[in-house]
Design a protein around this ligand. Structure first.
Ligand code: COA
Ligand code: ADP
Length: 595
């Protein structure tokens, strides 16, 4: 079983709504047969749509829909979708990064669709898609995609939400990847804190021409809002979208004070509503430009709440960081003035804004992985570790959720499936083994044991134990053809236990590059883009073991020979894997007993 070489990085996040529903993906699901028979009629039961005509009262000075208004509509649509699933009131817990691709003009229509991707315990991930529509030309543009987490609240008891059952390929992908996104979200604050502490920030403050700088103090804004019934739900909790709209308002004022023009909001960084606020609360919003780069600036906003009777007891509700640009008539970003931060806190925020910019780029680059722009192997370093690990697992889950896998052959209950896509031929092998799933997971996630059953792994060295679930290995593999050099791989293995009943154990493998393990003349550097194992518990001491691999033209010959039945290497290797699992079913994999 060999790793695949590819030219493009896989799509890490499937589109929130592909709109494509395959008959094949649901043909096995009897109870929805009728509904699904007509593809057009299928609609996710949690889907909620909102359409709004953009009127002058919704727009800014440029005649464009204000992002604050859009955030209110997004939050309302998403909240209604969450409540449809939960059957009880829900509050916004967090909003992931949002990148705005287009502005929306007065007279156009905004179409918002939201649906629950996955429910966990009391929280749900809601996927939102925003499209603008020009009624005269019938053109449509994608404006942004957003992912929000809502938490369900019942007054007397803790909520345990019912699970979402994904039916279409797109729903299955989102469902699988949502668990990985949740993992990343919950450690987000710590990750950022850690990265900021670790980032050696070299600023250019000393070398700058201070005469051409705007003092950051000039951009400082403070504003207060009284939460009234129209700003809250029927339980009196302030709508998250309303708070976001107020935040955007003060951030825009701060940004305008730097550029003395009308700025455009390009991105909002992931944030978390730390605590609730209610009708009657006073909310204080504070904003300042933390740093200005050549064509963009970061504005930070912080929100505190207090009651009239206890003004000194302020609760920190939220902090967010927004990126603004100033566009000229051709929609090109204009050059911005430099900012001169206040000594102390201001300089700290200035430096942290630079570090956040790097983190933001890393995250956008790796998490959303625009295929053609990204090299196959991404350099590993501590600042992108969380995102690479996310990308590794979500790529595999996306491959697993594909609905057009076809059974190519079956020999002695080992099934070989293939998936033909534009640029990739993928395969997966599947068998049921009489071994406990957790044990199989332990044995297979320790790549050092793979040479015991896979002759394509001649030797394996553990390079770095990144954390409990992520490990980097250096693998040496014999050459594929007689006269070429042996290959070597630097592989990040990310393993995940199931999040819910029915989830598989996942061991995802992808290549990374490491400065300590550069290419050497001795070996030909091989790369794997997306491969790994999924293990489903099928009962006591019974596990369905699946190995997935996305092969690309470099390895086509090897794969097609097996797929066409001209070689039984796949089969033999997988059978050897079965024997390895059976022989070691009572072992604990060395070094992994802590699981
Ligand atoms: N992003 C996403 N979900 C988060 C989160 C974050 N940053 N922090 C916590 N959660 C989820 C948890 O995973 C948990 O989900 P689960 O039940 O499915 O496992 C759920 O929130 C509850 O977590 P818990 O640890 O019990 O509670 P908490 O003390 O962290 O509270 C909130 C989480 C969201 C309920 C709480 O911070 C809150 O009330 N925030 C204000 C919400 C609000 O009023 N929003 C509207 C605007 S003010
Ligand atoms: P941090 O200071 O670490 O960035 P905070 O949550 O305190 O985190 O604040 C978030 C952002 O809100 C700051 O980066 C800053 O841009 C803005 N902010 C905080 N306090 C003020 C203030 N007193 N006046 C203006 N803006 C503020």
């Amino acid at each position: 079983m060999i790793h695949s070489v590819g030219n493009h990085l896989r799509r890490g996040l499937a589109s929130v709504f592909s709109g494509r529903i395959s008959r094949k993906s649901v043909s096995h699901t009897e109870d929805i047969g009728d509904t699904m028979a007509d593809n057009k009629r299928y609609r996710n039961p949690t889907e909620v749509q909102m359409s709004q005509l953009v009127l002058p009262c919704h727009t800014n000075h440029r005649g464009e829909l204000s992002v604050g208004q859009l955030l209110k509509w997004i939050d309302t649509t998403a909240c209604l979708s969450a409540e449809r699933h939960a059957g009880c009131p829900c509050v916004t817990a967090s909003m992931d990064d949002i990148y705005f691709e287009h502005t929306i003009s007065v007279g156009q229509v905004v179409n918002i669709k939201a649906k629950v991707n996955r429910a966990f315990n009391s929280s749900m991930e809601v996927g939102i898609q925003v499209v603008s529509e020009d009624l005269c030309s019938e053109k449509q543009w994608s404006v942004c995609k957003a992912l929000a987490t809502f938490v369900a609240h019942r007054e007397l008891s803790k909520v345990k939400l019912k699970q979402v059952t994904p039916l279409t390929e797109e729903e299955k992908t989102e469902h699988g990847v949502a668990a990985e996104r949740r993992r990343m979200r919950l450690v987000y604050a710590d990750t950022i804190k850690d990265l900021l502490a670790r980032c050696a920030i070299q600023d250019d403050l000393d070398s700058k021409d201070y005469s051409n700088m705007v003092p950051a103090e000039k951009t400082r804004v403070e504003s207060v809002e009284l939460v009234l019934p129209p700003h809250a739900n029927h339980q009196g909790n302030t709508f998250g979208g309303q708070i976001m709209a107020w935040m955007e308002n003060v951030a825009t004022i701060a940004a305008s004070r730097l550029c003395r023009a009308h700025p455009t909001l390009k991105a909002i960084e992931m944030f978390h509503f730390r605590g609730p606020s209610q009708v009657g609360d006073r909310l204080v919003f504070k904003a300042i430009v933390n740093n200005a780069f050549k064509h963009s600036m970061e504005v930070g906003v912080c929100v505190e709440a207090y009651r009239q009777e206890a003004e000194t007891q302020r609760r920190h509700i939220n902090s967010a960081f927004m990126t603004f640009v100033v566009l000229d008539e051709d929609d090109q970003p204009q050059k911005l003035p430099w900012i001169c931060p206040q000594p102390g806190e201001g300089e700290r925020r200035y430096r942290e804004a630079s570090a956040r910019k790097k983190i933001r780029l890393d995250r956008k680059y790796i998490v959303s992985c625009k295929q053609a722009e990204v090299p196959l192997s991404v350099p590993w370093d501590p600042s992108n570790q969380v995102y690479l690990s996310y990308n590794n697992v979500s790529s595999l889950k996306t491959l697993v959720a594909k609905d057009n896998w076809t059974l190519s052959s079956e020999i002695s209950q080992v099934r070989l499936y293939t998936l033909e896509e534009d640029k990739f031929l993928s395969f997966h092998l599947e068998m049921v083994v009489h071994v406990d799933a957790a044990q199989a997971f332990l044995l297979l996630s320790d790549l050092r044991r793979r040479p015991e059953w896979d002759k394509h792994y001649r030797s394996v060295e553990l390079v770095q134990q990144v954390d409990e679930d992520d490990t980097i290995y250096h693998v040496i593999s014999p050459s594929l053809s007689g006269n070429s050099k042996p290959q070597d791989f630097v592989i990040l293995a990310s393993r995940r236990k199931p999040c819910d009943n029915g989830d598989p154990y996942v061991i995802a493998l992808r290549s990374v590059t490491l400065p300590t393990h550069c290419e050497t003349p001795e070996y030909q550097r091989g790369e794997t883009l997306c491969s790994g194992f999924c293990l489903w518990s099928e009962g006591d001491q019974l596990t369905k073991v699946s190995y997935y691999n996305q092969a690309t033209p470099g390895l086509l010959n090897y794969v097609t020979t097996n797929v066409a039945g001209l070689s039984s290497e796949f089969y033999n290797t997988f059978k050897a894997c079965e024997h390895f699992l059976l022989d070691n079913r009572n072992d604990l994999a060395p070094g992994l007993q802590t699981l």
